[in-house]
Design a protein around this ligand. Structure first.
Ligand code: NAD
Length: 376
């Protein structure tokens, strides 16, 4: 079952309605699923009580965090690994009891199509590899979670969404904050206008990146701070306002040109929203920083930090926002698994990654031209 701590009353209601309507044979249509998805879900019936098997593709820094989180999940478990480093195969097999038969490399990855123990493939590779492995996973008939940023640009995101639709599999993006209770409260406050209309959002996410040889410093690998940390303040401005920006203006700054000669080290960007709200956002590989601040017509609220793995701390004009601390990655994967089992739409579908990449494309256009870019 889904982690009860992260289910809102609304979502329980949706689920109850879904079950009622499914029994009438109308559930998928009511949820707006595409015909290809409908047909495929019938074809690949998932046992609703089964713990789903997840295979992690890429066992680097974040792959390890997900591997640990999968020890805390209830709806899914670490069933397989995909790695290009033979030494990691044995290490992971022993540490997490992964079967040798569920161990793949990047070359024989497509054989995973024949493996019934793998239901979901989680792509945790450098950004430039997200599109290829998401599409290969979909073609293998597996549901996909792809890490953020979804791809190198919006066009790649569209191709990934199309491939998943064609294969009739679900796609979700690894935006873990959507599963975090205090962040969900920020979204609710904005939606219900608890403090009136939102006028300003300020947010910043950064850490000091010192590894010059890392792919995050390489343009062709999808490096750069906007791609890496910048999507957090961008996401925050979008989920806090519940709106899509109509324009973007961006600036970039370099403190260590010897290290950041291909990609951005610090980027600031401003978004204008249809309601008149404005966001001033910052991301940096030079500075350790993490906050979100929302000013509305009747008050303010904030998170500091707003996108850390733990310790999200909320405050507001009326006092602290106190919500339970959870394992975000475990909650995210549990909910994705539950959506697969129940054939429900994803909380964070591919389209959410696409919406961010449309803005990121515009940010890079603004950096190149020095101009404000209109989005609609
Ligand atoms: P990492 O460099 O630590 O790991 C990347 C993995 O990909 C490594 O295991 C590496 O061996 C493998 N790999 C395969 N081909 C490679 C190649 N050509 N060059 C480099 N590595 C290659 O990176 P990471 O920090 O784990 O990031 C992986 C993905 O996860 C990125 O998309 C990143 O944005 C995302 N991420 C998400 C979060 C989050 O909180 N959601 C946090 C960190 C990273």
């Amino acid at each position: 079952m889904t982690n009860s701590k992260i289910i809102t009353p609304d979502r329980n209601l949706d689920r109850r309605k879904f079950i009622e309507k499914t029994s009438l044979g109308l559930g998928a249509i009511t949820l707006g699923l595409s015909p290809s998805c409908l047909g495929d879900e019938r074809k690949k019936h998932v046992n609703q009580n089964k713990k789903l098997g997840i295979a992690l593709v890429g066992l680097g820094y974040y792959g390890r965090i997900l591997g640990e989180a999968l020890q805390e999940t209830r709806n899914c478990y670490l069933a397989g690994i995909v790695t290009g480093t033979p030494a990691k195969e044995k290490e992971w097999q022993e540490k997490y009891n992964v079967k040798p038969g569920n161990t793949y490399n990047y070359q024989n990855f497509d054989d995973i199509a024949k493996n019934d123990e793998i239901d979901i493939i989680y792509v945790v590779l450098p950004n430039s590899m997200h599109k290829e492995f998401t599409i290969r996973a979909a073609q293998a008939g597996k549901h996909v979670i792809c890490e953020k940023p979804m791809a190198l640009n919006a066009q790649e995101c569209r191709e990934m969404i199309a491939a998943c639709e064609k294969a009739g599999v679900k796609l979700s993006i690894g935006y873990r904050m959507h599963f975090e209770p205090t962040t969900q409260e920020i979204i609710r406050i904005g939606k219900e206008q608890v403090y009136g209309t939102i006028k300003f959002v300020g947010a910043s996410a950064g850490y000091t990146h010192n590894n010059v040889d890392h792919w995050k410093c390489k343009k062709n690998m999808g490096g750069g701070v906007m791609m890496d940390m910048g999507v957090y303040p961008l996401q925050a401005a979008r989920y806090a306002t519940g709106e899509e920006p109509v324009s973007v203006t961006a600036q970039t700054f370099v403190n260590r040109p010897e290290m950041f000669n291909e990609v951005d080290e610090t980027t600031t960007f401003q978004l204008e929203f249809p309601s008149g709200a404005v966001a001033n956002l910052h991301t940096s590989f030079y500075t350790s920083i993490n906050y979100l601040y929302v000013a509305a017509s009747e008050g303010w609220y904030s998170l500091n930090p707003f996108s850390s793995y733990r310790g999200i701390k909320g405050d507001s004009k009326n006092g602290p926002l106190n919500f339970p601390v959870i394992n975000q990655q475990a909650a995210q994967m549990d909910e994705v698994a539950e959506c697969v089992r129940q054939n429900k739409p994803m909380r964070v579908p591919g389209e959410e990654g696409l919406r961010d990449m449309i803005v990121v494309d515009a940010i890079y256009q603004s950096l190149a031209s020095g101009k404000k870019i209109q989005l609609s």
